[in-house]
Design a protein around this ligand. Structure first.
Ligand code: NAI
Ligand code: MG
Length: 498
């Protein structure tokens, strides 16, 4: 491969130009070492194309580009203009929804209707942070007549951002939106499984009018480019979304280098709790959506289902039927709900968890098998007869697999709800307002949904308690992760020790 763009085709849009270079200083460039890696289509396991790979040297180049942009004009850019550029970018995402969604489905395997939903959420998120850019305000604090104090919210500087493959475009927008609104420059590394949609979006960065170096996007591997970014001496902050294992490594890298600020959005094993007084049709829909949306590849997936004993038998029967009806197949069919898992590795991990559950003595109520012999398709799977200590109940499977068990009362529900090391999300289904509030307030999770699931919104903070992370994304809260507070104290009176 020599060029920096290839002609590709999606069933949804026909032919398009796919950039393959590293996006640095608003240009697509080759990596210094001339390396490339293959991008796989999870639907049929074919090679889609190859893209250029960033190594340590490219990370250095991208970080200097971001530094130069930050110290040059970007830190002096007016908030109004930063906002305008983000809104331009949001509008371009909106205009290009079909292409962006199709590339996402091609590379990640997610159903096209879901991919369009992701692009819509990118538009909302980018526009929302565009609106914030000129509303990041400081304070004046009165400590007495001899001093004038003001407190400024300043950008942190150069931010390294490392994103996963489950929502390639959405994580791109979640990371870039608040960082840029607050006046930072970024170097973002996409996941090696899904580099394509982000590169298409880079064309839109240029078109939106961002100056060179403000947003740099590189493709590459975690152990090489990701590690270089998180241990870089000139990166002021690293934001990461991915596994808890790698989250720990990022913190160590930050501690071992320049003590860059760290925010982490990690895994989960979220409880979905159904009380006997819940509207059962609604609860089944949300429990189904809670675990099988995005093929179970969600950090907040409702992978532990707990149902109050009075309705357990009825619930499991209906849930089983519902899960088996989910349309699994070609992501480009408009009716498909669940496409393939993202990669061979993830497929193998999930299948080994299913084996593990069977060995531990749990019962498969539905699913448990591969679908077809090409592509990484797995049946929606439900395990019953589980105990709390089983691996399938404690560890993140990140696939279309959940466990279901009974609980007696509120206290019981809260106890099992909190019984893992994670604390990202949870849900409670009930028609009793007091139960809803009491349980929601008692669950140690960053988000609790009531009579719904997975209904994230860019205006609402999202992030983890316990080992699910540090810091919050989305909402006003995300701006805290991308600003630092400066106190300026001005002496007005005479010298104290004159
Ligand atoms: P991962 O944590 O290895 O990958 C996420 C990102 O981190 C990718 O961009 C990767 O290149 C990068 N990375 C990997 N090692 C790194 C390192 N040493 N330094 C810096 N960056 C590094 O996740 P992976 O292997 O793709 O999936 C494994 C499991 O992680 C999944 O089964 C799931 O349980 C969890 N996961 C959670 C996600 C979430 O949304 N919270 C997203 C993806 C995975
Ligand atoms: Mg792929």
């Amino acid at each position: 491969m020599s060029g920096l763009s290839v002609k590709l085709k999606t069933p949804h849009t026909g032919e398009y130009d796919q950039p393959t270079g590293l996006f640095i200083n608003n240009e697509f460039v080759k990596g210094v070492d001339g390396k490339t890696f293959e991008v796989i289509n999870p639907t049929d396991e074919s090679v889609i194309t190859s893209v250029h790979e960033a190594t340590e040297k490219d990370v250095d180049i991208a970080v200097s580009a971001a530094r130069k942009a930050f110290e040059g004009n970007w830190r002096k850019e007016t908030p109004e203009n930063r906002g305008k550029l983000l809104v331009n970018l949001a509008n371009l995402f909106e205009k290009n929804v079909d292409l962006l969604a199709a590339v996402e489905s091609l590379d990640n395997g997610k159903a096209i209707t879901m991919a369009k939903g992701d692009v819509g959420a990118c538009v909302g998120c980018l526009r929302y942070y565009g609106g914030w850019a000129d509303k990041i305000e400081g304070k004046v604090v009165d400590t007495g007549p001899d001093t004038f104090n003001y407190i400024r919210k300043e950008p942190i500087g150069v931010c390294g951002q490392i994103i996963p493959w489950n929502f390639p475009l959405l994580m791109w927008a979640w990371k870039i939106g608040p960082a840029v609104a607050a006046g930072n420059c970024v170097v973002l590394k996409t996941a090696e499984q899904t580099p394509l949609s982000a590169l298409v979006a880079c064309n839109l960065i240029k078109e939106a009018g961002f100056p060179p170096g403000v947003i740099n996007v590189i493709s590459g591997f975690g152990k090489i480019a990701g590690a270089a970014l998180s241990s870089h001496m000139d990166v002021d902050k690293v934001a990461f979304t991915g596994s808890t294992v790698v989250g720990r490594q990022i913190m160590k890298a930050a501690a071992g280098s320049n003590l860059k600020k760290v925010t982490l959005e990690l895994g989960g094993k979220s409880p979905n709790i159904v009380f006997a007084d819940a509207d059962i049709d609604n609860a089944i829909s949300w429990v189904n959506f809670g675990i099988y949306f995005n093929h179970g590849q969600c950090c907040c997936a409702g992978s532990r289902v707990y149902v109050q004993e009075e309705i357990y038998d009825k619930f499991i029967q209906r849930f089983k039927e519902r899960a088996a009806q989910n349309a699994v197949g070609d992501p480009f069919h408009e009716k498909t709900f669940q496409g393939p898992q993202v990669s061979q590795l993830q497929f193998d991990r999930i299948m080994s968890y299913i084996e593990e559950g069977k060995k531990a003595g749990a019962t498969i109520e539905t699913g448990g098998n591969r679908i077809g012999d090409k592509g990484y398709f797995i049946e929606p799977t439900i395990f019953s007869n589980v105990t709390e200590d089983m691996k399938i109940v404690q560890e993140e499977i990140f696939g279309p697999v959940c466990s279901i068990s009974k609980f007696k009362n509120k206290e019981d529900a809260i106890k099992v709800g909190n019984s893992t090391t994670y604390g990202l999300a949870a849900a409670v289904h009930t028609s009793n307002l007091n139960t809803a509030i009491e349980v929601a307030n008692s669950l140690r999770a960053g988000t609790v949904w009531v009579n719904t699931y997975n209904t994230l919104h860019w205006q609402l903070p999202f992030g983890g308690f316990k080992e699910s992370g540090i810091g919050r994304e989305l909402g006003e809260a995300a701006l805290d992760n991308y600003t630092q507070t400066k106190t300026v104290s001005i002496r007005l009176g005479d010298a104290l020790f004159g």
